[in-house]
Design a protein around this ligand. Structure first.
Ligand SMILES: CC(C)(COP(=O)(O)OP(=O)(O)OC[C@H]1O[C@@H](n2cnc3c(N)ncnc32)[C@H](O)[C@@H]1OP(=O)(O)O)[C@@H](O)C(=O)NCCC(=O)NCCS
Length: 402
């Protein structure tokens, strides 16, 4: 992309949204066969009942590409209309190139700038905020913002305190410039580095490059201080959301729906209590997906809209927390026709998108041994789309600025 010369102040509206969840389901009962845990404990302490697991041929880039193309179809634009691709992930396909670069090629975009954003579970909100800055400043017209994770390949399936929490998936939105007011109205981003080692992946980076020893010590798996993380989340999530709401000149009672990071139902209940709101203002789908890190908010947003939970004119708050410790929230005034998302999803099948693989290089089998049996099992089909009419959605209602 080249920097646009006209820099008129604009609004950044969500015009497209889409998500992708792998077909394979890993239930709490499956986990009972792997570690010393039980369904009742997991449901009571977290609210999670099952999560999705990417198949051997899937990667963060492949899941991201499906969600991204669905968001582009929902927006009623072409892949080449996208000026910039921001992909939030803590599980990139490779250290380099960026996963965003792989997605750009897979979706058939020839002109966008593409980069990854690293802010762990807050990554999508950070990427959204960055996209909003590009759009409202007039530097970009359409920005694709993706959150995608393949966490099940970074989990120690002998550590019951972490392996029960996480799952795989991807979600995406298109932010588009318009002169009409709406879209992102208020914003808050925070980082508290004293929490740096509360959730971390010790080896593989410059401090501790991968070696036989780091692998023997299991330092290539996610580690977490659960109680400290829980305390941070309950302390921070409501205050971060409140700051973004006040930045928009609103109060919590003005918000029609919160899309919180889907980590733990008790954390979401604490947010509702902290803001003095009933739980029906909080969207929850963690029972079906677990914590998908940077993918959690965009998957939840896309599902909430497709389920009819969001109307034109509604105020929606996306809010997340994660390793770093980071947190972020955006207050959004919804302006797109919510009905467009289902047709956008139906217009793109997972096989429609191929991420190019390297020549003369074969990765070893990516599936952790403990998951192999579950992966071999036939899973339910992905999204139940049979009841929708496939096809391209009509062009978006919103007039996008030229
Ligand atoms: C991880 C988490 C669910 C644990 O719940 P908790 O109520 O804090 O539980 P504790 O860690 O205090 O452990 C309580 C007991 O359950 C045990 N336990 C931990 N995991 C278990 C499991 N999967 N099954 C059964 N028992 C388990 C512990 O060993 C401990 O036993 P003990 O009392 O004999 O020592 C919770 O701390 C949490 O959700 N933290 C935030 C995590 C998060 O959101 N991370 C992602 C950030 S983006």
């Amino acid at each position: 992309m080249s920097v646009r010369s006209d820099r008129a102040q604009r609004y950044a509206h969500v015009t497209g949204w889409g998500r992708y969840a792998p077909a394979q389901v890993l239930t709490n009962r499956d986990l009972e066969r792997m570690v010393d845990t039980d369904d009742e404990w997991i449901v009571q302490r977290t609210g999670i009942r099952e999560r999705r697991v990417a198949a051997a041929h899937e990667t963060t880039a492949s899941m991201a590409s499906v969600a991204a193309l669905r968001a582009i179809r929902t927006a009623g634009i072409e892949p080449d209309d996208i000026d910039m691709i921001l992909l939030a992930t803590l599980t990139p396909d490779y250290w380099m190139p960026s996963t965003a670069a792989l997605v750009k090629e897979a979706i058939g975009n020839t002109r966008a700038a593409a980069m990854d954003v690293a802010a762990a579970c807050s990554g999508f909100v950070y990427a959204y905020a960055t996209a909003q800055a590009y759009v409202t400043s007039g530097m970009a017209r359409h920005v694709l913002v993706i959150g995608a994770e393949l966490l099940t390949r970074f989990l120690d399936y002998s550590d019951r305190s972490t392996c029960i929490l996480f799952g795989d998936g991807a979600g995406a939105v298109v932010l588009s410039a318009a002169d009409e007011p709406g879209g992102g109205l208020g914003l808050e981003l925070t980082t508290e580095p004293q929490g740096a080692y509360m959730i971390w992946l010790p080896a593989g980076g410059a401090k501790s490059p991968p070696s036989a020893e780091t692998i023997t010590r299991g330092e290539h798996y996610i580690r977490m201080e659960g109680r400290e993380t829980y305390r941070f989340a309950t302390r921070t999530l409501a205050t971060t959301a409140l700051a973004a709401i006040e930045d928009a000149g609103l109060s919590p009672s003005d918000i029609d729906l919160f899309i919180p990071h889907q980590a733990n139902i008790r954390i979401i209940e604490a947010v509702a209590k902290g803001l003095d709101l009933p739980m029906d203002r909080m969207y929850v789908n963690l029972d079906r997906y677990g914590n998908t890190s940077a993918a959690s908010v965009p998957i939840a947003l896309a599902e909430a809209v497709n389920e009819g939970r969001v109307k034109v004119g509604d105020h929606v708050v996306i809010v997340a927390f994660g390793a770093g410790f980071t947190s972020g929230a955006v207050t959004i005034q919804w302006t797109a026709d919510p009905a467009r998302g289902i047709a956008g999803d139906a217009a793109v099948k997972p096989d429609d998108v191929q991420v190019r693989l390297p020549v003369d290089w074969d990765s070893v089998d990516p599936i952790p041994a403990a998951l192999a049996e579950v992966m071999a099992r036939p899973g339910p089909v992905d999204v139940p789309l049979d009841d929708v009419v496939p096809g391209e959605p009509e062009h978006a209602h919103l007039e996008v600025s030229e």
